[in-house]
Design a protein around this ligand. Structure first.
Ligand code: UDP
Length: 484
């Protein structure tokens, strides 16, 4: 008997590790659990060697194909070198459309389904042209998705800057969003990235559904609001699939000898991991305060250290890993910091094996910029957080983690607005690692860890959600065929 044909999916990832990682992890699930054949199309951000490593993890053993699209000529496209990250991402994606069309045409057989990430909605028209179902993968949380989808409505309703509003922004059925928590592109409505962002949101309904990197129990109420027809009428026809938490797996030798030996020597849940994602940077003054705060807390730490920036808080998004060796980086810290803290702290220049560190039993807290991948990695490993939001949707994530989910504490003021002083940092570190409040959060995050595990196994909500998406896909393919 002839074997049933496997569905072929083409996934498109926007540049940046925070986008590539969840696309690759979704692809692995589609192949391993749901029998898809997958080709992932990537646009390199030249962020660091880490990108190559992530791609490598997907092709050895060979689970899926990865095709690198040629980087578009952004100067020819008229992009200013000073353009904001979101503008740069969206222009890169749009300019890559001809290359993506050609790459799809060069595939051995046409894909049956197209999945683009949240910065790829300009490519949904390609699914239309090919006559195949198409989905949008938003590798973030449901509250962010609600704000994203609702932003064209807010654009019409709200006058003036969002950050100047005196009342929180109402989104039907969801926790209102405080003006200072809006995502970066909404901070300045006169900037090109704001228009670009709203246009992306306008195009989401062109998709046949949305995939979200959360699980049902994490955000049940917000998911219900999203699915309510009053909020998103079209969603009745294009459902929201919860597929998470999809994170990078721990690698057997991921920590390396030195780091592993050091962590093995530390008491259980005693180490704070400090890292700000692939793009996070801070001012020289803030870096010094952070160093003092860590030292004064007298707690153990592993710190992924980057050069300070005077430009923007997402300063290393496109060039992480390129600037500064250890000795140069140490010059930005208080004199002799590394010597005084050598018994309790480790400094990792530029980049560290984050998932592997978070999964080590000695780690008891994570001072994080709250990127969604980092957030999930922390929860899945049962580690409570100190939320230190910097850019993108991280202020929203920090509020979600501290006020709704209850797995993080945070400084009184936003670090993007005001320098967080050493005494406050010292207190936050001690609270998360040694105080009762920290222990309670650790217990809460461990509950979530177990609910996340249940969601991913066969018959779990996220596993079943991807099965439903596959059925939806087949049904749409059938309907399209019938219509021709
Ligand atoms: N990451 C890492 N080592 C680092 C910094 C980041 O492995 O030193 C990984 C981290 O584990 C996460 C991703 O890069 O998977 C960052 O994604 P996130 O969504 O947290 O933040 P973004 O970089 O998009 O701001």
């Amino acid at each position: 008997m002839e074997k049933p044909k496997r569905l072929r999916a083409a996934l498109l990832s926007s540049p940046g590790l925070g986008h590539l990682i969840p696309v690759i992890e979704l692809s692995k699930r589609l192949v391993a659990d749901h029998g898809f054949e997958v080709t992932v199309f990537v646009l390199p951000s030249q962020a660091s060697g880490a990108e190559a490593e992530i791609i490598e993890s997907a092709v050895t053993p060979k689970l899926l194909d990865v095709v690198e699209l040629p980087p578009p000529d952004l100067l020819a496209a008229g992009l200013s070198p000073d353009a904001a990250v979101v503008t740069r991402l969206l222009v890169t994606m749009r300019e890559a459309r001809p290359a993506f069309r050609s790459a799809l045409a060069a595939m051995e057989a046409q894909p049956d389904v197209l999945i683009v990430d949240l910065f790829g909605t300009d490519h949904l028209c390609i699914g239309e042209e090919l006559g195949i179902p198409k989905y949008v993968y938003v590798p973030s949380n449901a509250w962010f998705l609600a704000l994203f989808i609702y932003s064209p409505t807010l654009d019409k309703k709200v006058t003036g800057e969002y950050v100047d509003q005196t009342e929180p922004l109402e989104i039907p059925g969801c926790k209102p969003v405080r003006p200072e928590d809006v995502v970066d592109p909404m901070l300045d409505r006169s900037d090109q990235q704001y228009c670009e962002y709203v246009q992306q949101a306008v195009k989401i309904p062109m998709g046949d559904g949305i995939l979200l990197n959360v699980w049902e129990d994490l955000q049940a109420e917000t998911l219900a609001a999203l699915r309510n027809e009053e909020f998103l009428g079209w969603v009745a026809d294009g459902p929201v699939y919860t597929v998470g938490p999809l994170i990078r797996p721990v690698r057997p030798a991921g920590l390396g000898k030195e780091l592993l030996e050091w962590l093995n020597k530390q008491p259980s849940e005693s180490v704070l991991f400090v890292s700000f994602g692939s793009g996070g940077t801070m001012s020289a003054e803030q870096l010094v305060e952070l160093a003092w705060g860590l030292e004064l807390s007298r707690q153990r730490f592993v710190w992924v250290l980057r050069k300070p920036t005077t430009k923007s808080l997402d300063g290393s998004f496109f060039d992480a890993g390129k600037v500064g060796g250890r000795e140069e980086l140490l010059t930005f810290l208080p004199e002799e910091f590394a010597v005084r803290t050598q018994e309790v702290g480790l400094i990792l220049p530029l980049w560290g094996p984050q998932v592997d560190i978070l999964s080590h039993p000695s780690v008891g807290g994570f001072l994080s910029h709250c990127g969604w991948n980092s957030t999930l990695e922390s929860i899945v490993n049962g580690v409570p957080m100190i939320a230190w939001p910097l850019y993108a949707e991280q202020r929203l994530n920090a509020t979600l983690l501290t006020e709704e989910i209850g797995v993080a504490i945070r400084p009184k003021e936003l670090p993007s607005k005001k320098i967080v002083g050493r005494e406050e940092i010292e207190k936050l570190v001690r609270t998360i690692l040694v105080e009762k409040e920290g222990h309670m959060m650790r217990a809460r995050v461990k509950e979530l860890k177990s609910s996340a595990e249940k969601a991913l196994i066969k018959e779990g909500t996220s596993y079943e959600s991807l099965s439903k998406m596959k059925e939806d896909c087949k049904m749409r393919i059938h309907q399209i065929k019938k219509a021709h």
